[in-house]
Design a binder for this molecule. Sequence first.
Ligand code: SAM
Length: 247
Amino acid sequence: MILTEPRILWRMLLGQPTRGGLAERLEGFYAPQADRYDATRESLLHGRRPLAALLEPKAGSVLVELGAGTGSLPDRLGERSRRCERIYLVDLCRPLLDVARRRVADRPNVTVVEADAAAFRPPAAVDTVVFSYSLSMMPDWHAALENAFTMLKPGGVISVTDFYVSRRVPPTGLERHGPLTRSFWPAWFDRDGVRLNPDVLPLLTRRFEPGTVLERLGSVPGLPFARVPYFVFLGRKPLPTRYLHPT
Ligand SMILES: C[S@@+](CC[C@H](N)C(=O)[O-])C[C@H]1O[C@@H](n2cnc3c(N)ncnc32)[C@H](O)[C@@H]1O
């Protein structure tokens, strides 16, 4: 929860509505704070900066962000965003998409799409898929990740940043968080419809060829002594295995 602005604090205390479909619940949560989303998230969503720094889209490539919110990724990519032939910003929440549409109005290579991340189908296979603090808000995150896998070209790049906690016994090479961290942060974020999942990072490292994996702790506005874990993952969809037929 973000504890600095009374209007945002009130919305956060109420949490994400529990009735209605996903789009309705997201709208109920974000509509009252859509105009302040960008200002209030800068000091919380720390993984967005390293994620953008790691992305190097090729000239003429196609990039999809699933759960793009207010559409700040092209700004974060700066000049690199202009290399892309097309950037699709996909989200299910109308009030945030309205902000995104206004923001990218002068960017002819950016298309804003209202769709579920698990259902969106680009016209052809794409070069890069990004999830920035969105998988943790998707009840069917597994389907969204499979959809990303399907839409990527072989060798295509997937980049994910999110809050998370580790498994009690994480796979070799990944951080291990203590019991307090593993219980406090999932409970803290749950009311807002953000689910900190210990299985996302292990699955990413298995399903994709890992390139960069960063596991860090970030400050939370209003909680001066607390640090929430987040990760940044950059990997590739594996190339198809070639079978050598015996002669
Ligand atoms: C915390 S915001 C992150 C937005 C943006 N990526 C950023 O880094 O600022 C999470 C976003 O995921 C979106 N979202 C949640 N479930 C979704 C789904 N099933 N399909 C598409 N977007 C979804 C929400 O509407 C919200 O915009």
